[in-house]
Design a protein around this ligand. Structure first.
Ligand code: MSP
Length: 530
């Protein structure tokens, strides 16, 4: 038997300077949906997430709180794990850059790059944004040397000896990579950004800091601490080690390397699409498959920020509305790759319209009719016999293949809208074909065709939307008499293989269904919106 395909995906390793915010939740929800899709296809999947715990930013945060940095990190990481549980995120690895095995991996990698002659000591002068943990070009700063991303933070002038990585040496190799593998950076707008950046000529970047304790010492010079980004990117490698593995680079990359997809936000594109592949080239490690930079979320059309006082608390949100509604909104309404907005009223209206009305009511209505016209027994029909121009068959026929492509290409929003179009067509089809009239006219065979074709469409929608709304999909499958758990995908994918269940026209075994229960309770608009 062939072994299943493998798929590995990472979220960024999040800074632990504060509690997780909605931006981190967004990346992680998207990564989880993508990972679930690959699991649904029966693949062996590894979803890596985790935390980035070193550097000046974390050291200062801990100092301000009056605790040791390690204590601070240990206190914060629980909140990330809690939040991922609340959003129903099934990660396989939680990589912490303070883990003891990570120190060894960083040390080994640094030595490889050193032996290659790609590290040298020089003077670093420039403006450093601690919030970004990045030196900035003067032209990238706004008024009074403030950071363009962290507009309330002033960049700090640095003039110190640092170790540098010879990024410039990899200019040609990187250009060849982007040329020969046009999908390496996605979407196209981000790729162009990177191409424009490297066109200006790559400069070596410093990979050590002085006057900073919180991090790993440079192996050849203990007066220096390894730059937090150099250390953090390697967290993706360390994450691959199993508990009792020998801690070596060679061991780490045996199974899930190279990573198929690094999913990140657009602000950290340069690190992942330029610095990281060059580091890997220097370390003689295979390169990742692709780097996808998603957009930024705003709230009510405005940039979010603590100083602006308009942040969204991802804990409060999920406690109030549940994970499926939020996953659906963020993954359908915000096109991955573009910026998107969260507005509570729009959120409530969207999920009420799509999940409560279109999808939920359809299932309810259907099961009601099944009881009335077929004594709740699912009619035995061969859907292959239905004419090809049957409105639902025509729409449903290629849906599984289209949605498969959408998920693979990370068009999560299109996957949702395409499935929803089938659901909307079902509602119209019922109204047009009026099974209540057909029943009165004694056209039982036609009634059964209407009911069954709609039920099959709802089942298909449940299956195809399961990477986004797994709990609702569970409820749909259960009410249609299928046993299975979309939160236990390795088992479900064996029982309900993608090849058959993702297609319209499945053969259902005989079953009698029970009374419908609403799958999604309508959300109430906040009072002031009435
Ligand atoms: N520690 C680095 C990543 C190292 S990866 C080896 C880091 N961490 S972060 O916590 O600051 O950011 C994590 C992610 O959150 C990034 O992908 C960033 O783009 C994303 N977001 C931060 N604010 C965001 C929004 N307002 N909207 C969407 N995502 C945003 O960078």
């Amino acid at each position: 038997m062939n072994s299943p395909a493998r798929f590995s995906i990472t979220t960024p390793l999040y800074y632990v300077n504060g509690l997780p915010h909605i931006g981190s939740a967004y990346t992680t929800m998207a990564a989880d949906a993508i990972a679930r899709f690959h699991r649904l296809r029966g693949e062996e999947v590894l979803l890596i997430t985790g935390t980035d715990e070193h550097g000046q930013k974390i050291q200062r945060t801990a100092e301000e709180a009056g605790v040791e940095p390690q204590t601070h990190c240990d206190q914060i990481i629980g909140s990330f794990k809690d939040l991922w549980d609340k959003y129903n995120i099934q990660y396989d690895r939680f990589s912490r850059t303070t883990a003891s095995n990570h120190a060894k991996i960083v040390e080994e990698f640094f030595s490889k790059v050193w032996d290659k002659g790609d590290i040298y000591l020089d003077q670093q002068q420039g403006w450093y944004c601690v919030a970004c943990e990045e030196f900035k070009e003067e032209k990238d700063l706004i008024e009074d040397h403030h950071c363009a991303i962290h507009t309330n933070k002033k960049a700090e002038w640095r003039d110190e000896q640092n170790y540098f990585f010879r990024l410039s040496k990899y200019q040609d190799q990187l250009e060849a990579l982007y040329e020969s593998n046009p999908d390496f950076i996605q979407p196209a707008s981000r790729r162009n950004e990177v191409l424009n950046f490297i066109k200006q000529g790559l400069k070596d970047f410093s990979i050590s800091r002085v006057n900073l304790d919180w991090g790993f010492p440079v192996p050849i010079d203990a007066d220096h601490t390894i730059y937090v980004w150099f250390d953090a990117l390697l967290g993706y490698v360390t994450a691959l080690l199993e508990e009792n593995d020998e801690v070596t680079l060679e061991q780490a990359i045996t199974k899930f390397w190279p990573i198929n997809l690094h999913l990140i936000g657009k602000d950290i594109l340069r690190f992942h699409a330029v610095y990281w592949p060059a580091m890997l080239m220097s370390g003689d490690l295979p390169l990742p498959g692709r780097v996808f930079g998603h957009g930024f979320l705003t709230k009510d059309g405005l940039k979010m920020g603590k100083s602006l006082g308009n942040t969204i608390d991802p804990f409060e949100l999920v406690d109030k509305y549940g994970s499926d509604a939020l996953r659906y909104y963020f993954l359908k309404e915000v096109e991955l790759g573009k910026d998107g907005d969260f507005n509570e009223i729009r959120f409530i209206n969207t999920v009420n319209a799509d999940l409560a009305n279109d999808l939920g009511n359809l299932l309810n209505r259907k099961l009601g009719m099944l009881k009335k016209y077929c004594k709740s027994v699912v009619p035995q029909q061969n859907l292959g016999d239905i004419a090809d121009d049957h409105p639902l068959k025509a729409l449903g026929k290629d849906l599984g293949d289209r949605v498969n492509t959408y998920y693979t290409e990370l068009h999560l929003s299109k996957a949702c809208t395409d499935v929803l179009a089938l659901i909307q067509a079902c509602n119209k089809y019922i109204d047009d074909s009026a099974p209540w009239k057909l029943f009165k006219q004694g056209e039982q065979a036609q009634v059964e065709e209407v009911l069954f074709s709609v039920m099959e469409s709802v089942r298909l929608a449940g299956y195809l939307l399961s990477p986004i709304i797994p709990n609702l999909s569970n409820e749909i499958y259960r009410q249609l008499g299928f046993e299975g758990d979309f939160n236990d995908l390795p088992t479900l994918a064996k029982k309900y293989p993608f090849t058959s269940h993702s297609q319209w026209g499945l053969t259902w075994s005989e079953r009698t269904l029970s009374k419908a229960k609403p799958i999604f309770a309508r959300l109430e608009l906040p009072e002031e919106a009435d």
